[in-house]
Design a protein around this ligand. Structure first.
Ligand SMILES: *Cc1c(COP(=O)(O)O)cnc(C)c1O
Length: 410
């Protein structure tokens, strides 16, 4: 679907995208369709819808695995918001990881080769080295900071995909996505990006030139830590391949979950502005702490690729890491582990947890062992924070207590 309102601001788009109505519905929100069976007036209708669903015709459905009004509304909203003026279509997945797997499976075949950044989301690496490798698809990992001409040197005759993730998981490297996409396009590669961090509000991946964007809707699009879902948004030209894979794999989502993502979308703009502001306050406070060697947040001028972030993104989200000074923790691994546990545990607002993107703040020390093979992390211990919607002063109070507990632990 091309966007009917390419000029509308994202803040407006998220409030109205996917709000399709029919004559029987006069409420602000669509009702939730919970469905498996779909009924038809005539056998002719059933056959037409079935053929349409198989061919990937917009909104054709003969069975709810192909879609319902609720899931179609969400697909339309995602294509419009993420596509932002580009002709895109969206497919829904049961998780963000399933979106990564489905996007890759839609494009690669046995014998193909894929380029992936070393900072890729860990389970994405596991998929590449596991099921994809078993299917005869090889992956080469590249340092996330590699310039486009150096990545081009890694392209082989069978290379099919340039995979991108910006910023990188845990270490927050920003890639020069427009340059990488232009290079990949000139060489006939498909580009796909894991666009988790930037939320619905702060990136335009199709302006950057990517072909497919994988979205963990679980995170900011939901915003409430209560639903798992993913999506692949693809340029129209890639829709037939994506749709075929999604149908053959039986990937689909339920109406209640789709409704929760639509509900989250309506407040995405105000939530993201708050996540952004609070994260910057907490990051600024951490940067001034003597125990902290560096804060890995792309919107801070100290970030190595801050200029790329400023050029390409419209804002920053609530997720970043900070690096502790080695001399604040000592050299004994067991002591370091106890200090990191003391920092993480027993706080009022921060909870120990993976995932992110909800209203709640989270803390988790990064364990990068096995997750970096060409660009190993050589700095001090890294701690990842998700800054939720609590008052920043309360979060800073938590971190102050955590750092004191860390220093006292032995
Ligand atoms: C969480 C996450 C995913 C996966 O999303 P799920 O819905 O949890 O499977 C993918 N990529 C990144 C960068 C993530 O942080």
């Amino acid at each position: 679907m091309s966007s009917p309102h390419p000029s509308a601001a994202l803040a407006s788009l998220v409030t109205e995208a996917g709000r399709t109505f029919d004559k029987s519905v006069t409420t602000a929100n669509l009702p939730v369709f919970r469905a498996s069976s779909v009924f038809f007036e005539t056998l002719e209708d059933a056959y037409r819808e079935g053929a349409g669903a198989t061919a990937g015709v917009h909104h054709a459905t003969s069975y709810a695995t192909a879609g319902t009004p609720t899931t179609f509304a969400l697909m339309d909203a995602l294509a419009e918001i993420e596509g932002h003026g580009h002709a895109c279509r969206a497919a829904l997945m049961p998780s963000g990881l399933a979106a990564i797997a489905a996007a890759l499976l839609a494009v690669v075949k046995s014998g193909d080769h894929v380029l992936m950044p070393d900072s890729v989301y860990g389970p994405g690496r596991t998929f590449a080295n596991g099921l994809m490798a078993r299917m005869g698809v090889r992956t080469t990992f590249y340092a996330p900071g590699l310039p486009a001409d150096a990545v081009a040197a890694l392209i082989e005759p069978t290379t099919r995909v340039l995979y991108l993730e910006s910023p990188g998981s845990y270490t927050f490297e920003i890639q020069d996505v427009p340059a990488l996409c232009a290079m990949a396009r000139a060489r006939g590669l498909v580009t796909m990006i894991d666009n988790a961090w930037a939320s619905p509000m702060f990136s335009r991946p199709f302006d950057w030139g990517v072909d497919m964007s994988m979205l963990p809707l679980t995170k900011y699009w939901s915003g409430h830590a209560d639903v798992l879902m993913g999506a692949v948004v693809a340029r129209e030209a890639l829709w037939p391949a994506l749709h075929t894979s999604v149908r053959q794999l039986g990937l689909c989502v339920g109406g209640d979950d789709a409704f929760l993502i639509l509900r989250g979308l309506r407040t995405a703009n105000v939530r993201m502005l708050r996540h952004q502001q609070s994260a910057l306050e907490v990051a600024g406070w951490l940067a001034r702490r003597p125990e902290v060697a560096a804060v890995l947040h792309p919107a801070l001028p100290s970030h190595p690729q801050h200029d790329l972030w400023k050029r390409d993104f419209q804002g920053s989200s609530g997720l970043f890491s900070f690096e502790l000074r080695r001399d604040a923790l000592g050299a004994d691994e067991a002591v370091v582990a106890r200090k990191l546990a003391a920092l993480s545990q027993g706080r009022r607002f921060f909870r120990i947890g993976y995932s992110w993107g909800g209203y709640e703040s989270l803390i988790v020390p990064a364990r990068l062992t096995g997750l970096r093979t060409v660009a190993p992390w050589t700095g001090g211990p890294l701690v990842r924070l998700h800054i939720g919607l609590e008052e920043p002063a309360d979060l800073i109070g938590d971190l102050e207590a955590g750092l004191a507990a860390m220093l006292a632990a032995h």
